[in-house]
Design a protein around this ligand. Structure first.
Ligand code: GLN
Length: 547
């Protein structure tokens, strides 16, 4: 049976709870344990799939097709354990399950209440697959004191009481603000946060304290005394240059040791940290730099393309270069010539996106990359835009466009080179959708196989002709334009196994121009950079040498 680690946060949000959980997962693995990480989010959306990236950052998609919180991306990047549908839950999902059961009559006429019905639903979720791993790490979203978080805190309190003693450990992340005028690190907000936790029956075993600098011994002892933890369970989390230093930094601070001590695991197995030492070495000692322009829509919020930013860093690590990514608002290119903006970059990436705004600018960016022979990676919408560009400018389909942008009934503005897919095959099943289906969870989601053309650039990049990648989209490139486009040099080099859905296109006479219908960034890891990102950055590096 797994041991459980519950991770909560206090004082303020955005302290890096997800990162701390992910780094702890990696450290436990380094000591030979198996882990799984879970996120419990108190918001009322059933999942983040319908939230704007501006609201909640990127939507991370799992192999089994769940649209989840971006923290699951951190978990995967640090542990390499593929997340599942059952690793992410929200209040919305919990309540909707409870209400569904109530309607079905499962509760046999009882009055439905937060305790026990909602808390039971949460506890059931936490224990899914508990026999599969040594440690289950459950992060509770938000901060202690939030009204919506209460059922989750109550559920983990009950859960730890129901398990044998010593089976659950609580880790609480807080902030130690530094007051410049007095030159002091203040412990009071942490004391209050722990008091809040204790008032709902939870006592932290480990305190992880975010601070700008090291925590002096005096403050450590004070925190231990006032918050009722052991002094060596007060862990400093200082700001880091790169998130990938986190496992080593937390190890130096004694986090993994404190966790093993709290579980009374002794003697503690020695950690094997060479993977993280190599990662840190590649981050800190680059031999050059490449610059990538990301032409997209959600450019104000870095988290909106979190996995892409990380995958580019991984590609840089594979090539021992630092990747500087500049985010450019695609709409600019609808008014201005892209050349002066894009000429200074070694490569161009057009990421995924939804809706028409900015798409003409993305098409311009694809045209610039194709005609000027600059390495181009188009992801999902970025592939669709590259195909539309080729259809318009190479295959003489001047009004080529996507059905996604033709939403006004009766007014067709485009020839739909990209169309709304309503029926497809997933494994042995046929999936069907209607045009007016709900927005939530109705896209082509999760892992699908693709077959690559022998001798193509992508087959060479992957070193294989069979791949599996994660999807999240409604629209598809129409196979009926394949011959016209291939005649002009846009090769359909990856297809769904049934040959109906184009998965990858590439420009034949170009150093590196690849569009993919899926999201390779979701599977990239610092210790295992995704082949497409590794090769894209290699091409960028090559291009930067030529200029
Ligand atoms: N909006 C496009 C579609 O639904 C692309 C989606 C994406 O880029 N993830 O097909």
């Amino acid at each position: 049976m797994a041991r459980f680690i519950f991770i909560t946060g206090g004082v303020v949000s955005s302290l890096g709870k997800g990162l701390a959980s992910a780094a702890l997962g990696a450290l436990l693995q380094a000591r030979g344990f198996t882990v799984r990480l879970r996120k419990l989010d108190p918001y009322l959306n059933v999942d983040p799939g319908t939230m704007s990236p501006f609201e909640h950052g990127e939507v991370f998609v799992t192999d089994d097709g769940a649209e989840t919180d971006l923290d699951l991306g951190h978990y995967e990047r640090f542990t390499g354990v593929a997340a599942r549908k059952t690793d992410s839950v929200s209040s919305g999902r919990i309540y909707s399950n409870v209400l569904e059961k109530e309607r079905r009559g499962d509760y046999l006429g009882k009055t439905i209440q937060v305790i026990p019905h909602v808390t039971n639903e949460i506890k059931d979720f936490i224990s899914i697959g508990e026999d599969e791993v040594d440690f289950m790490l459950c992060e509770i979203g938000g901060t202690v004191g939030d009204i919506e978080g209460l059922p989750f805190f109550e559920a983990i309190r009950q859960f730890s009481q129901e398990k044998p003693r010593g089976q659950c450990v609580f880790m609480h992340l807080t902030l130690l603000p530094y007051i410049k005028a007095s030159g002091e690190l203040k412990t009071k907000p942490t004391q209050h946060s722990v008091k809040e936790l204790r008032s709902i029956g939870l006592a932290p075993d480990i305190l992880v304290c975010r601070s700008e600098g090291p925590i002096p011994q005096k403050e450590r002892e004070k925190l231990a005394l006032f918050c009722n933890v052991r002094p060596d369970a007060v862990i400093a989390a200082q700001d880091l240059k790169s998130i990938y230093e986190a496992p080593l930094a937390y190890h130096r601070e004694g986090l993994d040791q404190a966790v093993l001590d709290a579980f009374q695991i002794s003697p503690a197995p020695k950690p094997e940290l060479s993977r993280w030492e190599d990662v840190a070495d590649r981050i800190h000692n680059p031999e050059g730099e490449v610059r990538v322009a990301i032409v997209g829509k959600y450019t104000q919020l870095e988290d909106a393309y979190k996995s892409i930013a990380e995958a580019l860093t991984h590609g840089g690590m594979a090539n021992r270069v630092r990747v500087t990514a500049d985010w450019i608002d695609a709409e600019i290119f609808e008014r201005e010539d892209p050349a002066p903006y894009l000429e200074e970059f070694d490569a161009i990436l057009v990421p995924g996106g939804f809706g028409e705004r900015g798409t003409e600018g993305k098409i311009k960016a694809a045209e610039f990359a194709r005609t000027r022979k600059v390495p181009y990676l188009g992801i999902c919408l970025g592939m669709q835009m590259a195909v539309i560009e080729a259809a318009r400018n190479l295959a003489e389909l001047g009004d080529a466009g996507s059905e996604e942008f033709d939403h006004e009934a009766g007014k067709k503005r485009f020839t739909p080179v990209v169309y709304h897919l309503k029926e497809w095959v997933q494994g042995n099943y046929k999936v069907t959708r209607k045009a007016d289906d709900d927005k939530g969870g109705t896209m082509r989601l999760g892992a699908y196989d693709a077959v690559l053309k022998e001798g193509s650039k992508v087959a060479q990049v992957y070193g294989s002709c069979q791949i599996e990648e994660r999807h999240r989209h409604r629209y598809e490139v129409d196979i009926k334009y394949r011959d016209a486009l291939e005649d002009k040099g846009l090769v359909f080099s990856g297809m769904s196994p049934d040959g109906r859905l184009p998965e990858i296109v590439e420009v034949a006479d170009h150093p590196w121009f690849i569009g993919v219908q899926f999201h390779p960034e979701l599977k990239s890891k610092p210790f295992e950079p995704h082949p497409l990102f590794a090769d894209f950055i290699r091409a960028a590096k090559e291009n930067s040498r030529l200029v």
